[in-house]
Design a binder for this molecule. Structure first.
Ligand code: AHR
Length: 519
C-alpha cells in the first residue's frame, strides 16, 4: 500500500500572469515497473567548427583578456561543468567532412590556415585541434565522440587519426602524439564514420555508403581496451530505407546517427524567428518537434527487424530548433536566440527519448555554444545561459536513471487552427540515487494545468521540484536581463497516492520524489 503525506514547499511560484483558467489533467506513474536505463549519453552535446561555436564561444586563446583555462573561456567551461555533460561530438557536422586532423596538431603558430567552406568561407586557424579538444573534454568530464572525414578524406587518414589518439605502443604516430605533449593515449569511446553522407558528406546513396563504411571501418584499429563504438551516418528524416541498408552491415556497426531538426519551413529560407513569433508559430513549432516520436518509432521498427537483439543503437546525433539567424549576424553562423519555447522543445524531446531508452544510446543537441539551439550565448566578454541550458541542468537527475512507465492517456489536446498538440508531455525514472524523477511539460501557451499524478510503487516520501517558465511565449535571456528565464522552486502537495501541483502555461517542471527510509 502506498502512503503519502502532505508536503508543501515554499515559496509558491507566481507566474504566467496571462494564463487562462486551469485545466485538470491526471496521469499515472508506475514507479514499480522498471524499464530501460536512460543512457546519460542522451544528454550529449555537439560542438562544430561553425560560426562562434568554437572560436570566441569556447576558445579565446591563452593570450586573451577574457579569463581562460589554457585558451578555453573560464566562464563557459565553469557553466558547462554544471551540466555533467556526458559526451561531446566534434569537429562537425559538415565541417568534419572537410577536416584534416593533421592540420590541428603541433605548435599552433605553425598550423595551416584553411577555409571553412561549409560555414561562410571564413578562415579556420586550426588553433583548436585534437589536443585542445581532449583538454576541453577532460575539463568537462565528457567522453569524446569524434567524427572522421569520409567525404574528402581517406581510410588511411581516418585510421591514422584513431591510431594517433589511442596507440599505447612505440609507433611513429604514438611518438608524434608524445612529441606534441601527450604521453598517454586518450580514450575515445565513440567514433562517427562520416556525417550526413547523403549530402555534405559526399551525396552518396545508401548502398554506396554502406560499402564505403565497410571499407573505412576495416582499418579503424585501436587497442582492445580502447576501441570506440562506431557510428554510421544515418539518413535524412524518415529515410528508413537508409536505416534498413546500413543496419545490415553487421558487426562493424554499433550505432546509426539520425538527424532531425525542428524547423517549420517550406524552402529552408524562411524558418521563422527565434523570438517575436506568434501563437500560431508556437503551435506549428511544437507540433513539428513532436514528429520526433514518429521518426524514432519508424527507424526503430526497422532496427527491431534487422537487429532483434538490440545491439545497434540509435544516436540522434543532431537535433534541436533551427530558425532564421539573428538579425545582423553572418547568415552562415547559425546564431539564434533561445526562448522558453526552445526549453520546451528540449524537454519534450527528452520525454520522447526516455520512451525509447532501450534503443536510444545517445543524442547530441545542436549545438553547445552560440550555434542553433545553444546552451550558452557569448558576445565578447559577455555570456548568458539560455533556457535550454536550464533544461539540461534540471534533467541531470535522469542520467543513467531507470525509465518507468507514465500513462498520460487521458491528457487533453490544445488546438490552434488545425494544429492540435497534447497539453502535457511527461516522463519518469528512478534516478541512480533511488528517488523518482518526474519531468512534466505544459505545452499550452496560455492555460495552466492542475495536475494530479498518481504514483504507484513508492511509499511515503518528500518531494522537491523546480519550474522553468516565462511571462511571454518568447521569454528569453539577454545580456542585459540574463536571468529572465531561470528555474524557480515550485510548490507540490502530496495526498494519498497523488502528487498535486499546478503546471503553469508554457512550463517545464522537474520533480524529485524521495523514497522514505526503509524502502
Ligand atoms: O548543425 C549544423 C549542420 O546541420 C551540420 O553541420 C550538419 O550535419 C547538419 O546539416
Amino acid at each position: 500500500m502506498t502512503i503519502f503525506r502532505l508536503l508543501v514547499l515554499a515559496p509558491v511560484v507566481c507566474l504566467s500572469l496571462s494564463s487562462l483558467a486551469d485545466t485538470d489533467v491526471e496521469i499515472s506513474i508506475q514507479a514499480d515497473a522498471p524499464g530501460a536505463v536512460i543512457d546519460r549519453h542522451i544528454y550529449g552535446q555537439f560542438a562544430e567548427h561553425l560560426g562562434h561555436g568554437i572560436y570566441q564561444g569556447l576558445w579565446v586563446g591563452e593570450e586573451s583578456q577574457i579569463p581562460n583555462i589554457r585558451g578555453f573561456r573560464r566562464d563557459v567551461v565553469e557553466a558547462l561543468q554544471a551540466l555533467q555533460i556526458p559526451n561531446i561530438r566534434w569537429p562537425g557536422g559538415c565541417f568534419a567532412e572537410e577536416y584534416h586532423w593533421k592540420d590541428g596538431i603541433g605548435p599552433r603558430e605553425e598550423r595551416p590556415t584553411r577555409i571553412n567552406t561549409n560555414w561562410g568561407d571564413v578562415e579556420e586557424s586550426n588553433a583548436v585541434g585534437t589536443h585542445e579538444f581532449f583538454d576541453l573534454a577532460e575539463m568537462l568530464g565528457a567522453d569524446a565522440y569524434i567524427v572522421g572525414n569520409v567525404g574528402r578524406g581517406s581510410p588511411k587518414e581516418m585510421a591514422e587519426w584513431l591510431e594517433y589518439i589511442t596507440a599505447d605502443n612505440d609507433s611513429a604516430l604514438a611518438e608524434l602524439r608524445r612529441a606534441n605533449g601527450r604521453e598517454a593515449p586518450w580514450e575515445v569511446p565513440f567514433w562517427g564514420v562520416g556525417n550526413e553522407n547523403w549530402k555534405c558528406g559526399g551525396n552518396m546513396r545508401a548502398e554506396y555508403y554502406a560499402d564505403v563504411y565497410r571499407r573505412y571501418t576495416t582499418f579503424l584499429k585501436a587497442p582492445s581496451n580502447n576501441t570506440p563504438k562506431k557510428i554510421a551516418s544515418g539518413g535524412y528524416h524518415l529515410d528508413t530505407a537508409w536505416t534498413d541498408e546500413i543496419s545490415q552491415i553487421g558487426s562493424k556497426i554499433d550505432g546509426i546517427g539520425i538527424h532531425y531538426y525542428t524547423m517549420v519551413t517550406e524552402n529552408w529560407v524562411d524558418k521563422g524567428d527565434a523570438t517575436g513569433f506568434s501563437k500560431d508559430e508556437w503551435f506549428a513549432h511544437l507540433a513539428e518537434t513532436l514528429k520526433m516520436d514518429n521518426y524514432l518509432r519508424s527507424h526503430i521498427a526497422v532496427l527491431d527487424r534487422n537487429d532483434p537483439e538490440g545491439r545497434i543503437g540509435v544516436y540522434v546525433d543532431e537535433w534541436g530548433s533551427w530558425y532564421d539567424v539573428e538579425e545582423g549576424s553572418n547568415g552562415k553562423f547559425l546564431r539564434q536566440q533561445n526562448s522558453i519555447r526552445d526549453a520546451l522543445v528540449a524537454a519534450i524531446n527528452f520525454n520522447i527519448f526516455h520512451r525509447y531508452a532501450d534503443r536510444i544510446r545517445m543524442t547530441n543537441i545542436a549545438q553547445m555554444v552560440n550555434v542553433l539551439q545553444a546552451m550558452i550565448l557569448t558576445d565578447g566578454e559577455e555570456m548568458l545561459l539560455t533556457p535550454t541550458y536550464h533544461v539540461y541542468e534540471m534533467h541531470t537527475l535522469f542520467h543513467d536513471a531507470v525509465a518507468v512507465p507514465v500513462d498520460s492517456g487521458d491528457v487533453p489536446s490544445v488546438s490552434d487552427g488545425d494544429i492540435s498538440i497534447p497539453m502535457v508531455s511527461a516522463s519518469a525514472a528512478i534516478s541512480k540515487g533511488g528517488d523518482l524523477a518526474v519531468s512534466l511539460v505544459n505545452l499550452s501557451p496560455d492555460t495552466d494545468v492542475s495536475l494530479a499524478a498518481r504514483v504507484n510503487g513508492i511509499a511515503s516520501h518528500d518531494v522537491s521540484g523546480r519550474v522553468l517558465t516565462g511571462e511571454e511565449i518568447d521569454s528569453h535571456n539577454t545580456f542585459a536581463t540574463s536571468n529572465a528565464v531561470r528555474p524557480m522552486p515550485i510548490s507540490v502537495s502530496i495526498e494519498d497516492d497523488y502528487l498535486r501541483l499546478t503546471l503553469p502555461a508554457k512550463s517545464l517542471v522537474v520533480l524529485s520524489v524521495q523514497r522514505s527510509s526503509g524502502q
